[in-house]
Structure formats: C-alpha cells, structure tokens
Ligand binder design. Structure first.
Ligand code: AMP
Length: 502
C-alpha cells in the first residue's frame, strides 16, 4: 500500500513552480470552488475536470485535481486557469474517486505551496490512510489553530488556513476518518465547504478504499451540493449546481449547514457536526459570486438577481420620481439579470451599452489594485449607438472600492450618454468579509469611508441609488434576515472575528 502521493505522482508543474515559495504572511482570504466525484469502478478524472471547469469563475489563480483508487493518489496542480494547468495530463490521472479545487487568493498567498488539493497521511488503530482536502471559505480562528498545531510540532508547508484543518484531521486520534473529521472540526471557526478524498486502509482484512467526503460548516456560509451520475450509484459534490450540469450529473440536494456526507461502497451516509449555529449562507453568492445558472439552497441565482432588479426599480421610483430614463443598461455579466428585472418592473427598455471582451477574466480576480484599474477598459467597451444622448440607468451588482464604477461612468460619458443614474443591486458594502469573499480591508471600501452622496460625486453619476437591505433580503426569500449572512452591509458578524478584524 502506498498511502502517499510520491514525487513521481505529482505533476511536472511542481518543479517549475516550487521556486515561488514565499515566507508566510498571516492573512487568509480566498475565493474558491470545489468539486468531487466518486464511482465504484471507473476512472473519474475527466468528470472532475469538467465539473471544475464550470467553477472557473470562483477562482482563476490556481487549479488542482487529486485522483485516488484508495491506495495511491495522483495529484496534479499548478498556477493559472484550468486550461493552463491541465494541458495534457488529465486523462492519465488514474482512480475512481477525485476532488478538485480552483483558487483565487487575495493576499499573501500566491505560491505553489498554497495550491489545493493538499495531502497528508494518517495513522489509525485499524490501519491508517491519507486525506486530500479542497477548501472553499475562510477561517476566523486560523492564527490560533496554527499556533496550537505548531506548538504540537506541526511543520506547515503553506500559508493557508486549509492546512490547519488538514493537520487537525490527520492528528486526531479518533478511530475512523469520519470521526476524525467530526471531532477535529469542533475547534474550527468560520467558513468551510470541503471536498475530501480519504484513502482508508483496513489492516485486518488487508483492504483499502477511497471515500468522497463533503462537509459544510455549521453556518453554511459557502454553498455545497450533491449530485448523482446516472443510475450507477456514482455521486458528485460541487460548490455550485452549474458544475453538476457540466459533469452530466443530476442535482440531488444541497449539503445542509453542519452536515458531512460520505460516499463510499456503503452508499451515501450523512453525519452532523456537533457544533450548532444559526444559518448564515452568504448573500453575496447571489449578488455577485455564483453563476446565474446555479441554484443555491433552493433559490436560483438568476431569479434572485432578477428580483433584486425589480425591487431596485420600485425603490428607485420612490426615491427619484422626477427622472424619466430612456434605457436600462447592465454592467455585464453580473448586472444583466438585475437590469432585466429593473426593465420589466419599470417599463424602461433594456439596452446593451457595454460590450464585454469575453476573453478577459473577472476584473477583481487580479490581486493587485493597479492591474485591476487598467483592465476595466480592456474588459468593457461602450456601445455608442445605444448610449448617445440617452438618459441611462446603469445597473451593477455592487460597488466595492469604487474603481470600476468611476471608470465605467467615465466611459459612458465619453460615449455620449446624456444622464447616468447608477442603480446598484446591493446595499453599500461597509464592512469586510471574513468568510471567503474578497471585499477588501475596511479603509479600501468606498462605502466605509464615504457617504452615498460622496460616492455619487466621486464616481461622477447624475444620481446613485443602492438597493436597501430589506429589499435585498426580500429578493432572496429571507425577509426576516434569519438565513443569510449580510454582515458586509452592517458589520454584525455571525462569528467572533476578533482575530481577523481589519
Ligand atoms: P470596485 O467597486 O471597483 O471595487 O469593483 C466593483 C465591481 O467588481 C462590480 O462590478 C462587481 O461586479 C465586481 N465585484 C464585486 N465584488 C467582487 C468580489 N468579491 N470579487 C470579484 N469581483 C467583485
């Protein structure tokens, strides 16, 4: 039995990129996507590739896939897009259980060592084995966990909080891998949706098997869903349901907050973490982050955005009764559904006014602010014929730092727009996210340091209108504010954030 990824199992990119290892900087904020697949017998690396490819929008800095037969792990990972990392190797990855990860780190973590999945072996009274882990989310007690593990002699290879979880799991003394995970996660605080492959050896009957495990933290900050592939008892796990479609799987259900699902030869088993917490799934997944063709916790993302747009139109009408706009123009892509909703509610015609270069990635997915600034113009070009002399309602999903909006307003003015009324389908972002969405440190958030009136002047609009928090919550079926995390709009966090507060 070989419960470890040997050097030769790791892809060629390891050698070339390992030069980039950096000294640790203790700051973790990541946007990521995870995918997992289990089959009783056939190789599944290609299914994992397809699923992960559909999650590329969740992270464009690095990608990795780990495939196992329960005895060996074949791990391929590297910096860049899926198509950069898996140019040739996917078909040769062997094994009937796989997990994958796409990652975008925002700070201090751009190194090969931080690319996931990550791997560690463990011992147990019945045999031992190994675990590969892929994590979406961000922990709020990572520093403390890391210090405790280092005091126990743990040597870390990366700066990521995910490695602490992996170490906690493999060092835990519980007899089964399921118990190790449940017990070790009791000390972990914050956001984690995990996909794991566990290779489990049983010395008594000399067998080994690969299990696919999915875990969602007790608040359910990040999404995670379960799908079925055909009738062969094959299952997949994914950050978003759009990845199930891409992998040819049928949606079964969302993994519940606090739930762990285990797929193995025994079928699907469900366990619950001992820690209980109020549900707090991230509303920003609906506003911006998730793909519109995904359904999260029973609500389709496009529908949610459409409803935000309708609500925004109602609120705009009350706030600005004197404005008679000619066109509703979205900032593509994430403003489109809200603009369609706004147009339907207000009767103002929908028009394309900004054309996106589809080969430029998300503006935000570039860690440095100066690079981010210069890419706005490369990414979006005005459609002058639809803008000239028109009074435009410009719809975007959010204003974070204000860089994008200021540039867009400038573009629209140069293209001849007569008036620009910007309507934003979320409330002002006044507080950072500590649970895995990059919404910056507080002083960089324009709404944390400026009033709406000041923002309107800074970005150069004729008027600026934000969706109210109440309107947002109604749009996502959470009128009482009991199910979602909306802390970036008011700073009341569902967990203690003392350790991470910026
Ligand atoms: P800015 O106000 O210049 O910081 O950027 C706002 C733009 O970035 C909006 O058009 C959003 O669509 C997009 N955006 C908002 N939040 C995020 C995020 N967490 N990650 C990536 N892009 C984002």
């Amino acid at each position: 039995m070989k419960p470890a990824a040997s050097r030769s199992d790791v892809g060629a990119s390891y050698a070339s990129d390992s030069k980039q290892l950096q000294a640790p900087r203790y700051r973790w904020r990541e946007e990521c996507g995870v995918f997992g697949v289990w089959s009783g017998n056939r190789p599944v690396a290609d299914v994992c590739y397809l699923g992960l490819f559909a999650l590329q929008h969740r992270g464009q800095e690095s990608a990795g896939i780990a495939v196992s037969d329960g005895m060996h792990v074949d791990l391929e990972k590297g910096m860049g897009l899926m198509t950069d990392v898996f140019k040739t190797r996917v078909p040769s990855l062997k094994g009937h259980c796989a997990i994958g990860h796409v990652r975008y780190s925002t700070f201090g973590g751009t190194s090969f060592a931080n690319i996931q999945p990550i791997f560690a072996s463990f011992a147990s009274s019945s045999g031992g084995g190994f675990v590969c882990l892929a994590h979406n989310g961000s922990l709020v007690n990572a520093k403390k966990l890391r210090a405790q593990l280092e005091a126990r002699g743990c040597v870390f290879q990366s700066t990521s909080d995910s490695e602490s979880m992996l170490n906690l799991i493999v060092l835990n003394s519980a007899p089964t891998i399921e118990e190790k995970i449940l017990s070790s996660l009791e000390t972990v605080e914050g956001a984690y949706s995990l996909a794991l492959v566990a290779g489990v050896r049983d010395d008594a009957d000399n067998t080994h098997e690969a299990r696919l495990i999915g875990v969602r933290d007790p608040h359910g900050f990040r999404p995670l869903c379960l799908g079925r592939l055909g009738e062969r008892g094959e299952y997949v796990l994914a950050s978003e349901s759009c990845a199930l479609d891409a992998a040819g799987a049928e949606f079964v259900r969302d993994v519940q907050p606090g739930e762990m699902v285990v797929v193995s030869r025994k079928g699907i088993r469900s366990f619950f973490l001992r820690k209980k917490a109020r549900p707090a799934s991230c509303v920003f997944e609906y506003i911006y982050f998730a793909r519109p063709d995904s359904t999260i916790d029973g609500l389709n993302v496009w529908q949610a955005r459409y409803r935000m747009g309708r609500q925004l139109a109602r609120e705009f009408r009350e706030g600005y009764p004197g404005v008679a706009p000619d066109a509703v123009v979205p900032v593509p892509d994430t403003g489109i559904a809200a603009a369609i909703g706004f147009s339907a509610e207000s009767g103002v015609p929908y028009a394309e006014g900004l054309i996106k270069n589809r080969y430029v990635g998300r503006t935000f997915i570039l860690p440095e602010q100066n690079v981010r600034r210069s890419t706005v113009g490369m990414k979006l070009n005005p459609l002058r014929e639809n803008l000239k002399d028109r009074k435009v309602i410009l719809i975007d999903d959010s204003i974070v730092r204000g860089t994008t909006s200021a540039r867009l307003i400038n573009l629209l003015r140069k293209a001849g727009a007569a008036e620009i009324h910007m309507c934003v389908s979320s409330p002002p972002i006044t507080h950072p996210c500590y649970y895995g969405i990059d919404t910056s440190i507080r002083k960089e958030l324009i709404a944390a340091v400026s009033t709406v009136e000041e923002i309107h002047k800074t970005i150069g609009t004729d008027s600026l209108h934000y969706l109210t928090l109440r309107g947002l919550l109604e749009s996502v079926n959470d009128a009482e504010g009991e199910k979602m995390c909306t802390s970036c709009f008011h700073g009341r966090y569902p967990t203690d954030v003392t350790e991470v507060a910026l």
